[in-house]
Design a protein around this ligand. Structure first.
Ligand SMILES: [Zn+2]
Length: 388
């Protein structure tokens, strides 16, 4: 289709700028909600495209939004740009530049765009749930479908992710001299250790694919004092939100029992949680078709694919959405969140893949705007998935 070629040519023209931005953002990793540099350079690049940009969307300082086209069906491309303490080890420098290039390619066709395309800068995917805040505050209102793409060491059009429930636990015991009067104390450390042990015996009974992992963030005050206070965190993950909640309930029961056994008091707070990803297959398969035309086979993910969690899951429960993943290295070369993955996210191969993915997303978004039948299948499928 000539318009498809035109979009791809526009993305080719943006390549140098997008790769330059990817490198700059990679060199200045910023943690969740602190992505000031990334937001600044990305919005600067959008202004250079001649589109007005809104900053501080939904009250989040490092978010942004821009749009192009005209009233009608609306597709949003989401950009993540936060890093981890070990740098861009999740490759979000590639996610935001792919989104920028895809948006730029579509904005370039001007009046030929049969609807509206939105780019949404969404902060704090890594533990801050930026998209959930933006969803709750209406930033995706009027958007019919959403997409983003994430680098890994594989290539899939669909990507199942796990729902999470993040718990923070606190035990309060009684301090005492650990040698002179241990009988006067109640150990908050014993309580937290028992919680971990009970949780470990409970996990045998969890459904396949569930994950439960925790850390002790405060294990006591001094070695010669019976620990008065301890704190720990658990992340409960499962294929569905409901089951992640069930696992969390089990953790709380283990903690209550430990408190009872050790004579301590127990309290907890729910820090947050992400929903599992509902992959819209109608959109994902159109993405796969474009990806194949661009030279890369992009099948559906196998059910046993190792996976994590993302706040894009919450978006996918609100509107039809896809979160395809793309290969920037050979399988096994590095996993997300490892330091070596940060190096893989800044190579010519990674940036080449980013541009190809930008094209596949842009063409998919264009089709959604141009083909009412495709948008309808996406909507019908979404309605059926959310009902079940
Ligand atoms: Zn990530």
């Amino acid at each position: 289709m000539p318009v498809h070629d035109e979009i791809c040519r526009a993305i080719d023209r943006l390549e140098e700028r997008a790769v330059g931005l990817g490198r700059q953002i990679h060199a200045r990793p910023e943690l969740k909600f602190q992505e000031h540099f990334a937001a600044e350079v990305l919005t600067g690049a959008l202004r250079n495209l001649g589109v007005p940009v809104e900053r501080g969307v939904a009250g989040l300082e490092t978010s942004f939004r821009a749009e192009a086209g005209k009233a009608g069906p609306t597709v949003a491309i989401l950009a993540e740009y936060d890093a981890l303490p070990n740098g861009h080890s999740c490759g979000h420098n590639l996610i935001c530049t792919a989104a920028l290039a895809a948006f730029g390619g579509l904005a370039a066709i001007g009046p030929q765009l049969p609807g509206r395309i939105v780019i949404l800068g969404t902060p704090a995917e890594e533990g801050g749930g930026g998209k959930i805040i933006m969803l709750d505050r209406g930033a995706l209102k009027g958007v019919d479908a959403a997409m983003m793409s994430h680098p890994v060491d594989g290539e899939y059009a669909t990507f199942p992710t796990l729902a999470t429930r993040h718990l923070r636990l606190a035990f309060r015991g009684r301090a005492a001299h650990a040698a002179a009067a241990p009988w006067a104390g109640a150990s908050a450390l014993a309580a937290v250790i028992q919680t971990f042990q009970s949780v470990d015996s409970a996990r045998l009974h969890f459904r396949d694919g569930s994950r439960l992992h925790g850390i002790i963030t405060n294990g006591g005050q001094a070695v010669n004092i019976i620990p008065e206070k301890t704190e720990s965190e658990f992340l409960c993950r499962a294929h569905t939100t409901a089951y992640a909640h069930e696992i969390a309930e089990r953790v709380l029961r283990c903690a209550e029992a430990a408190a009872q056994a050790t004579g301590t008091r127990f309290s907890h707070e729910v820090v947050g949680g992400y929903k599992n990803m509902i992959n819209n297959v109608a959109i994902a398969h159109r993405y796969a078709r474009h990806s194949e035309t661009l030279g890369v086979l992009t099948p559906d993910a196998p059910p046993d694919l190792p996976t994590g969690s993302t706040d894009m899951g919450d978006v996918s429960h609100a509107i039809p959405a896809i979160h395809p993943i793309f290969r920037i290295a050979e399988p096994g070369a590095g996993n997300c969140h490892e330091e070596r993955f940060a190096q893989l996210a800044d190579t010519p191969r990674a940036y080449k893949a980013m541009i190809r993915v930008a094209k596949a997303m842009a063409l998919t978004a264009y089709d959604l705007l141009a083909e009412p039948a495709l948008m309808k299948s996406a909507r019908d499928e979404f309605a059926a998935c959310v009902r079940t």
